[in-house]
Design a protein around this ligand. Structure first.
Ligand SMILES: Cc1ncc(COP(=O)(O)O)c(C=O)c1O
Length: 444
């Protein structure tokens, strides 16, 4: 049995074990805090960069594509995320999930700051190695891998991976026998923005009764456990449960003679709720992987944050290319912009995001600062917003209130579009799949 936990930082102590009620767990999680605020240094720079980029674009005579959508990336926000991580989870080394945003400047910056990298494929591994980053900083964190990619990882000395089924253990034995293996367990991720445990992760019982004994028989190197509580996790009790489950597998692994010294707590974190989620991480580690256990087993703890590092760092600017007046269901007009669900706002379909539109310019006047600083301004004009392709699915918003009666030639901006946006953008309809990025750094 795993050890029980007592939450001493809170007024009432209680035990979390297999039988602990959801109500008790919720009580602890809810008692933790939540913070959110505007970063004025950042918005000042982003506003300036956006305004100067569009100031010289005249849609009546510009070259084709001059008015394409574009990103402004504030690298300072990536630094802020990293610093916040170090402040609240100093003992856990983040391995940035490259899939979240493959922007090379962001990767370079994170490498300089000292993160590792979670790669999902050969191409992501090559991106990291191509930047001169050591393979020892990579975890190949895809539980179901292509054989040739496993061999590639072996050749390139990428020596850690995650596994959640027995077939994968046979593949590892054949193609990368010495690879350090983390058993990826399923989590309770029902409330997450994007579930992952519907596809990946074994049960504790499968790990203990099938994977660990088979790995032993095959002479493999099991090093620990990995989990992911779902991207955009909302219920942090799942972290508690996953850390608890991890300890069960650690105990069995140690009993079988494996050198269990690596715990990977995955991703799922968001800046807005990080004070809350990191407290749950710390509490659960304190309970299930106490200091004594950590030093006895030389335990290293890593994580795979994606969204946390980049979401706030990117703002998308889009041009209004067409407008159709409709007057129905409270909508004044359908407006068509030059980015959408096949481009950088694929996150609407794939990541369940709801990008929020603001007016960047209207009738040659700029409104970035006014809009971002004064979120409570009552909008007066209701629009539906559509992407540039010929597909009816390409809808950015069925109904959005904007503060101005925007027209063709005006610009909109969408903050917080760093995570799962450009990474999955397509060139559908012959429209460009990669947007220009302008960099600023509010941390300098
Ligand atoms: C294995 C793995 N690690 C890390 C991440 C990053 O998750 P997040 O962006 O929620 O932190 C993902 C996202 O899909 C993932 O699949």
């Amino acid at each position: 049995m795993p050890p029980s936990i007592d939450i001493v930082q809170h007024e009432s102590q209680f035990d979390l074990n297999e039988q602990t009620s959801q109500q008790e767990i919720n009580h602890v999680v809810k008692s933790l805090t939540r913070t959110h605020s505007i970063n004025h240094a950042s918005t000042a720079l982003i506003g300036k960069a956006m305004t100067s980029h569009i100031a010289h674009i005249n849609h009546d005579d510009c070259d084709a594509g001059d008015e394409d959508s574009f990103f402004v990336c504030d690298l300072g926000e990536v630094i802020n995320s990293y610093n916040l991580w170090k402040e609240l989870l100093p003992q856990i080394t983040p391995h940035y999930a490259v899939k979240c945003n493959t922007n090379v400047e962001v990767i370079r910056l994170l490498a300089k700051l000292g993160t590792g990298f979670d790669c999902a494929s050969k191409s992501e591994i090559d991106t990291i190695l191509g930047l001169g980053i050591s393979p020892s900083r990579i975890i190949y964190a895809n539980p179901c891998k292509t054989n040739s990619f496993i061999r590639h990882a072996n050749e390139k000395h990428v020596n850690f991976t995650t596994v959640d089924n027995c077939q994968e253990l046979y593949k590892i034995q054949k193609h990368h026998e010495k690879c350090g293996i983390l058993i990826r367990i399923a989590t309770d991720d029902e409330d997450a923005q994007c579930r992952l445990s519907t596809k990946f992760g074994c049960t504790v019982s499968e790990a203990v009764n099938s994977l660990l004994p088979l790995a032993k028989e095959l002479g493999l190197r099991v090093k620990g456990v990995a989990f992911h509580v779902g991207s955009g996790a909302k219920d942090f009790t799942s972290i508690f449960k996953a850390v608890r489950d991890s300890r069960v597998i650690f105990d069995k692994g140690i009993e079988l003679g494996f050198e269990m010294d690596l715990l990977d707590i995955g991703g799922g974190f968001e800046r807005e709720t990080f004070r809350e989620s990191s407290k749950v991480v710390n509490e659960s580690l304190r309970q299930f992987f106490p200091a004594e256990f950590q030093s006895t087993h030389n335990l290293r703890i890593i994580a795979e944050p994606g969204r946390f590092m980049v979401s706030n760092a990117f703002t998308l600017g889009c041009h209004i290319i067409a407008r159709r007046d409709v007057k129905q269901d409270g909508i004044e007009a359908m407006i068509y912009i030059n980015d959408g669900v096949y481009g950088n706002m694929n996150c609407i379909l794939f990541d369940h995001q709801h990008p929020k539109a603001y007016v960047l310019s209207h009738a040659n006047k700029f409104y970035y600062h006014e809009e971002i600083e004064n979120e409570t301004v009552e909008g007066k004009h209701q629009f539906s917003i559509w992407g540039p392709t010929c597909d009816g699915l390409d809808c950015v918003s069925n109904s959005t209130e904007l503060s101005k009666n925007v027209q063709v030639g005006d610009w909109l901006f969408f903050p917080n579009l760093g995570a799962y946006t450009s990474a999955a953008s397509t060139g559908f309809n012959g429209l460009g799949s990669s947007a220009k990025t302008i960099y600023v750094n509010s941390a300098q």
